[in-house]
Design a binder for this molecule. Structure first.
Ligand code: FAD
Length: 247
């Protein structure tokens, strides 16, 4: 029964850290063994709950970074003044346990049945659920043509760079670096705006489906820009991670 399944999924459970990968100086992927994990869909997130000895607890959401069928992983960017992300990226060790519940969310989800052109637009750690979508495309054998536009502060801040650069085969990746560009940089520079979207995004008449994820202000700018280019609002799916972080 659907109701039972939904209820079961949202029960807190204890997961164990099985591995960590440093993606950038401030971003770490955490692989988790979750005893009772219903298959997730590409784009969903989970909730993490940390509880201090005095009983104080904090909850945060993290996108699932892995494709359906792969072990659960999250990728966390450390915010220096943050409550939860410094613990996840600096303190947590293999073998440690973590309370979580999920998968959560049914809207920001891509499935291989969507065969048409796919536009993915990421700001910073907003690339995490889009990476799950890219992996799901590969695993499912989908040949939906993809364009990913990914905005980072600097090249060193690009998450999953080796994986993104290796895709090819129907997946075109464009980077824009907002704060600094290395010598000889041939990608884009500066923030995503309407002109850049017009250059990189699929033309609206091709009926693309768009997924936009990142800091709230980034997502709003991009979604408005795409609608301005003629994208149907209902085909621009958005996920807001929170504050702008001065990106
Ligand atoms: C659906 C969803 C999925 C998410 N997925 C991811 C993910 O895959 N990876 C990831 O790293 N984060 C993700 N986030 C953001 C995450 O939930 C936390 O907000 C983030 O880790 C900061 O938590 P914190 O406790 O360290 O900082 P807090 O103590 O909550 O905040 C510290 C300071 O940082 C600012 N701040 C809060 N959130 C952000 C942000 N996202 N960017 C910049 N500044 C911020 C606050 O205004 C405050 O000044 C997601 C959020 C949502 C809603």
């Amino acid at each position: 029964m659907e109701g039972t399944a939904v209820h079961r999924r949202l029960i807190w459970q204890v997961a164990t850290v099985t591995g960590t990968v440093d993606e950038t100086p401030t971003v770490r992927t955490i692989q988790l063994a979750v005893p009772d994990w219903p298959a997730h869909r590409a784009g969903q997130h989970l909730d993490v709950r940390l509880t201090a000895e005095d009983g104080y607890s904090a909850e945060r959401s993290y996108s699932v970074a892995s494709a359906p069928g792969e072990p659960v992983a999250i990728t966390v960017e450390r915010l220096e003044d943050g409550e939860v992300s410094p613990y996840l990226t600096e303190e947590l060790r293999v073998g440690d346990q973590l309370e979580l519940r999920g998968p959560v969310g049914g809207y920001f989800v891509w499935e291989a049945a969507n065969a048409g052109p796919l536009l993915l637009v990421a700001g910073g750690s907003g690339v995490v659920p889009l990476r799950a979508i890219l992996r799901e495309r590969q695993r499912s054998g989908s040949d939906a043509p993809v364009r990913l536009l990914y905005s980072s502060r600097t090249l060193a801040d690009v998450i999953y760079r080796d994986e993104l650069d290796a895709y090819g085969h129907g997946i075109a990746v464009s980077y824009t670096l907002t704060r600094a560009q290395p010598a000889g940089w041939t990608g884009y520079a500066g923030r995503v705006n309407s002109a850049l979207l017009a250059e990189v995004a699929w033309p609206a008449h091709e009926g693309p489906l768009a997924f936009v994820c990142g800091p709230t202000s980034f997502v709003e700018t991009v979604a408005e820009g795409l609608v301005g280019l003629g994208y149907q609002p209902g085909r621009v799916k958005t996920e807001r991670f929170g504050a702008s972080g001065g990106r």
